[in-house]
Design a protein around this ligand. Structure first.
Ligand SMILES: [Fe+2]
Length: 468
C-alpha cells in the first residue's frame, strides 16, 4: 500500500468514515532505525502545525487513520500548514528532534524514553476488567523456565498454531466447519508457554518469519493478547477465552473478497465498507460453528473499536468496549506496526510503542497503552540497544518496575555474545553524568542507561544468536 498518497481531501463526517483493514506499518523513520530512533514523537492538532516542524510518517495505515496527515518532511511555510488543515486532516505526528521550530521541545534518545518511562510507570486508568476488581498487574521475576530452555517448545507451539490458523481461515473461506477444539488446544499451548517464559513466544513472533502474514498475524495477536492479559491478571478460563478471541479476531477476513483485501492501492469508500464488515463476519462464522461465549464473540467483533468512538463496526465510545476487544486492539496494532511485510520493513518495537503511546486516549482508553508498554517494556525483548557508554547490547528481559532498565546481553567487539547485565541492579560504579536525571550515580549506582534503540539489520546483528 502506498502510504505516501494522502487520503481524500474532504470527508463529510469525520466520525462516519471508519477505516477498514488492519493497521499496516510502512518503512518510515522508525522502521529503518535511522537517526532519530528513540525520539518521543508528539501527536498534535493540525491547527498547531507550524513552519519548521518535521512531520513523521507514523507507520499507521491511513485507512485506519484517515485524518492523520503523514506526508513526511518539514513544514515549509504557513501556507503549507494551512493547506494541510484545509484538506480535512485533524492531527499529525511531529518529530521534535528533526524540527527546526522551537515550539517542538527537543527530546532526544534516552531523555525521550525517560519521559515515556515516567508516564508508563505512573500510568493511571480505569480497572481493565470492568468490575471484577480482583487482579493486580504483574509480570516480573516469575519466569520459571529460562528463555533458552523454552525456545524449543515455544517454536513447536508457534508452528502448530500457525498451521491451525491456516486451517481455520481456509475452512472459513470455503464455508466449511472450523475446528474450534483445535484452536482451543493451540491457545492452551500458548498459555502454557507464556506461563513458563513469555519472552520465548514473544521474541519468536518478532524475530522469525514462519509463514504468510495473514496466518502469523492471527497467532502473534493471540500470543501478545495472552501475555498482556496475563500481565493484567487474567488466568485460567478467562485467559483462554481471551486467547480464543485473539486467535479468531480476523477470522472474518476469510469472508472478504481477496481482490478487496489484497488490493495494492487505495480502497474506494465502497471497498472500505466491505473490509469493515470483517469483525461482524467473524462473529457470524463463530456463531455458525457453535461458539456462544460472549467474551470471545465481543473480543472478535470489537477489536477495531476506538476509545474516541471512531472505530468500527459499532462506533462504540470508550467504556462500552469489552476488555477483550481493548486488549486485542493493542496487540493488533503492535503486531501490524512491527511485522515485516513483502512491501515494507517492520518498525522497531521501541518506535512502535512510542507511536502507540501517541495514540493513547484517542484509540485506546486512558492507561491502556501505558499498561501495554509497561508489560512489554519500553525496550522489548530482542531490541538492539546502545548503552550510554557506547556498548551494544540485546535486551534479554523486560523490567516492568524500571522500564528503562531491562536485563541485556552485551555484544563483544568481535560480534560474539558477552556478559549479561541487569541494568536495574545496583552495585555499578558510575561517577559519570546522570543523563536521565532520575537515577542515582556514584559507587552504588544502577548500570549504564540505554542511549538509543538500533535497527539490527542496519548494524549486521543477528539478534536471535544473542538471545537464545
Ligand atoms: Fe481486524
Amino acid at each position: 500500500m502506498n502510504r505516501t498518497v494522502p487520503p481524500p481531501p474532504h470527508f463529510p463526517d469525520p466520525g462516519r468514515i471508519r477505516s477498514p483493514g488492519t493497521p499496516e506499518a510502512s518503512e518510515g523513520p522508525g522502521a529503518s532505525g535511522a537517526p532519530g530512533g528513540g525520539i518521543l514523537l508528539r501527536r498534535i492538532s493540525v491547527q498547531d502545525l507550524r513552519p519548521g516542524m518535521y512531520v513523521v510518517d507514523s507507520g499507521l495505515s491511513w485507512t485506519e487513520h484517515p485524518f492523520l496527515y503523514s506526508e513526511e518532511g518539514l513544514v515549509r511555510s504557513a501556507e503549507h500548514a494551512r493547506a494541510v488543515a484545509a484538506e480535512g486532516y485533524i492531527e499529525v505526528f511531529v518529530d521534535p528532534a528533526r524540527s527546526a521550530n522551537a515550539a517542538c521541545r527537543p527530546a532526544r534518545g534516552a531523555a525521550a524514553d525517560a519521559e515515556l518511562g515516567r508516564s508508563v510507570a505512573t500510568a493511571r486508568g480505569p480497572a481493565p476488567d470492568r468490575g471484577a476488581g480482583h487482579r493486580a498487574e504483574h509480570r516480573s521475576g516469575r519466569r520459571p523456565v529460562p528463555l533458552a530452555r523454552e525456545t524449543g517448545p515455544a517454536g513447536a507451539i508457534y508452528r502448530d498454531s500457525i498451521q491451525c490458523a491456516r486451517s481455520f481461515l481456509h475452512d472459513a473461506e470455503a464455508g466449511n466447519p472450523i475446528d474450534v477444539a483445535a484452536a482451543e488446544r493451540c491457545v492452551r499451548g500458548v498459555m502454557g508457554s507464556v506461563g513458563r517464559n513469555a519472552d520465548a513466544l514473544v521474541s519468536l513472533s518478532r524475530l522469525r518469519t514462519f509463514d504468510a502474514y495473514t496466518f502469523t498475524h492471527c497467532v502473534n495477536v493471540a500470543v501478545l493478547s495472552v501475555v498482556f492479559g496475563s500481565y493484567l491478571g487474567l488466568a485460567g478460563h478467562a485467559l483462554r477465552r481471551l486467547g480464543m478471541a485473539a486467535l479468531f479476531h480476523d477470522l472474518g477476513k476469510a469472508r472478504i473478497p481477496a481482490e478487496v483485501l489484497n488490493k495494492p492501492g487505495r480502497l474506494t469508500e465502497r471497498e472500505f465498507a466491505i473490509v469493515q464488515r470483517h469483525p461482524r463476519e467473524g462473529l457470524e462464522v463463530l456463531r455458525r460453528n457453535g461458539v456462544e461465549d460472549e467474551g470471545v464473540l465481543l473480543g472478535v467483533v470489537q477489536h477495531h473499536e476506538k476509545h474516541n468512538g471512531r472505530g468500527y463496526p459499532g462506533r462504540l465510545p470508550g467504556g462500552m468496549v469489552h476488555e477483550f476487544g481493548s486488549i486485542i486492539a493493542l496487540a493488533d496494532v503492535y503486531d501490524a506496526l512491527t511485522s515485516e511485510r513483502v512491501y515494507k520493513r517492520g518498525m522497531l518495537a521501541n518506535r512502535a510503542l512510542q507511536i502507540m503511546y501517541g495514540m493513547r486516549e484517542a484509540d485506546f482508553a486512558p492507561g491502556w497503552a501505558e499498561r501495554f508498554i509497561k508489560c512489554l517494556g519500553i525496550y522489548p525483548v530482542g531490541s538492539l540497544v546502545r548503552l550510554e557508554d557506547g556498548r551494544l547490547a540485546v535486551v534479554l528481559e523486560a523490567n516492568p518496575e524500571a522500564p528503562l532498565r531491562p536485563t541485556v546481553r552485551l555484544l563483544r567487539a568481535d560480534g560474539g555474545s558477552g556478559e549479561v547485565l541487569d541494568l536495574g541492579a545496583s552495585g555499578f560504579d558510575s561517577s559519570g553524568p546522570d543523563l536521565l536525571g532520575s537515577d542515582a550515580s556514584g559507587p552504588d549506582a544502577p548500570g549504564p542507561a540505554i542511549a538509543d534503540c538500533l535497527d539490527p539489520t542496519a548494524h549486521g546483528v543477528d539478534v536471535a544468536r544473542h538471545l537464545f
